[in-house]
Structure formats: C-alpha cells, structure tokens
Ligand binder design. Structure first.
Ligand code: GLU
Ligand code: ZN
Length: 276
C-alpha cells in the first residue's frame, strides 16, 4: 500500500536575469502538478550567487507569475539560509566525503578534463595532490567515497521512471564554492528538504544533477522526494528555447500589454506563441 504524500512542488528561479518563456513553462508545470493534486506550490528565490544576483528582479518574478495567472506560497530566499548550508558542509566534511580544490576553470581545462553531462568533469587534480592550504578553495564531493558510504541508490522520475544513481556524468561536483557556503547542488537539496518539497519539478537539463542530490539526501539523511523533469520547450527549429537569444523576457511581454493568462494557456499546450 502506498502512503499518500501531499504534493509540494516549487519554482526556484535565480535572480541573475529576467524570466523567459522556458521559465514560464517550468513554473506552470510545477504549479499545475500541485494544483491538480490539491497540493502546494512554492516559490523560492535562489539568490546566493552574490555578484550575479540582482535583488530587484525578485519582485519582477512575482509580477511575472501573477501575470501568468499563477498563485503560490513564497518560502524564504536562499540568502537567508546560509548558516544551514555551512552546517551541512561541516557534516559532510566530518563524513570525509569532501576535499578542497583550488583549481581555476583554466587549470581544469588544461588538465585535459573530459566533457560530461553538465560541462567538464573535474579531473581529480586536487584529490590526488592536496592543494596549498593558503589558497582559497572550493570543496568538492568525492563521488567514490560518497558511493562507498551510501551504497547503490535509486530515485524516481515521474516521466523517466526509476533511476540508479550514477555520478559518473558529473564527476566530483563543487558543493561549497570558493566565495559562498554552498553551490547550487547543496543549497537546492537542503532547501527542498527544509521546504517539504515532495515533487522536485524542473527542466530535463537538470536531470543529471538529481543523481548528486539523491546522494546528498542519503549522506545527510534528508527525506527523499520524487522528481519530475519536464521536457524543455523547443522552438520551431527544434532548438532549446532557453538557449535562444533575443526572445523577449516575460517582463517585456507583460509591459507591452500581452495577456499573460492567454500565454500560459498556450504554454500548457506546448504551443509557442508566434514571433517568440
Ligand atoms: N535556481 C535554479 C535555476 O534557476 C533552479 C534549478 C532547480 O529547479 O533546481 O536554474
Ligand atoms: Zn582542484
């Protein structure tokens, strides 16, 4: 017998740039999944990327979502949760699954790193030779050590079905950045647990990240949600919309007087409005 779990989804935009159609689609998918199950739909502003973060955009995001006809509960922004990230990083260090890495992007490229499912796979330089302790360092997850502690793990995607955790595609990811107490992986995993998210809804471009997040849940003994990685919207040439330049931001459409609810209705049918 399955125990009924309240469906809690979230939309977690980063205020680094305005929202576009792909974001709107993602927010609508998460919103509708929650509403269809009489669950909750949360908005979480992922604003820890200090230098790139533009606080004024958060208010714009709320206007965009309202314009699309969505309703939500807002949970605290990531910038208010830094202490919980530092605490979790401390626990991971105590488990021995983190190592310091001082490499710059250039050094990683020059070390012959191979492309993985999300950029280059870290070639393990600082794992083999611990770096100078006086240089500023990020902390990476030692995927092999993590696997030895967790054993084989599985997770469930609502569309793709059961998945075996496989960290090979991402390698030893950064969990604590040089300049911040967390990376996206650590912050999002902790926040989804703290916010009681039961269905992590996001684009298929982040599918591989879920292997890391499932591993962190096991290491930190966090509740395990289900995932729903939705396909990315494609334009008429089959190109990912997110990659396409020049598509007007939601805010620009809104300010030009476009009907946001009508746009949302089109996106629900996965029809791209003409001239996007
Ligand atoms: N802040 C992330 C982004 O905008 C959220 C990714 C996620 O939903 O986990 O890409
Ligand atoms: Zn390194």
């Amino acid at each position: 017998m399955e125990i009924a779990v309240e469906i809690v989804t979230r939309f977690a935009p980063s205020p680094n740039g305005p929202l576009h159609l792909g974001h709107a689609f993602s927010a609508i998918v998460a919103h509708d999944l929650a509403r269809a199950a009489r669950g909750r739909f949360l908005l979480r502003i992922e604003d820890i990327d200090g230098p790139r973060s533009r606080p004024e955009l958060s208010q714009e995001f709320r206007r965009d979502l309202e314009w699309l006809g969505l309703t939500w509960e807002e949970v605290p922004a990531q910038s208010t949760r830094l202490a919980s990230y530092a605490l979790a990083a401390e626990r991971l260090r105590a488990l021995g699954v983190l190592y310091r890495c001082t490499c710059t992007r250039k050094e990683i490229e020059e070390a012959g790193a191979q492309p993985g499912s999300d950029g280059l796979i870290y070639p393990g330089t600082c794992k083999r030779t611990p770096p100078d302790p006086s240089r500023p360092a990020a902390w990476r997850l030692d995927a092999a050590k993590a696997l030895a502690l967790t054993g084989a793990l599985v997770w469930e995607d609502a569309l793709a079905g059961p998945q075996k955790v496989d960290l090979a595609g991402l390698g030893d990811v950064v969990l604590v950045r040089k300049d911040l107490p967390a990376s996206y992986h650590l912050a999002a995993t902790l926040d989804d647990a703290a916010d009681g998210v039961t269905l992590v809804t996001r684009g298929a471009d982040l599918f591989a990240a879920s292997h890391v997040h499932r591993t962190l849940q096991a290491l930190l003994r966090l509740p395990v949600p289900r995932w729903h990685h939705h396909p990315l919207l494609l334009d008429e040439t089959g190109e990912k919309l997110a990659k396409r330049r020049g598509s007007p931001a939601l805010a620009a459409r809104r300010e030009a007087g476009e009907d946001g609810r009508a746009l949302a209705a089109q996106l629900r049918l996965q029809h791209l409005p003409l001239g996007t």
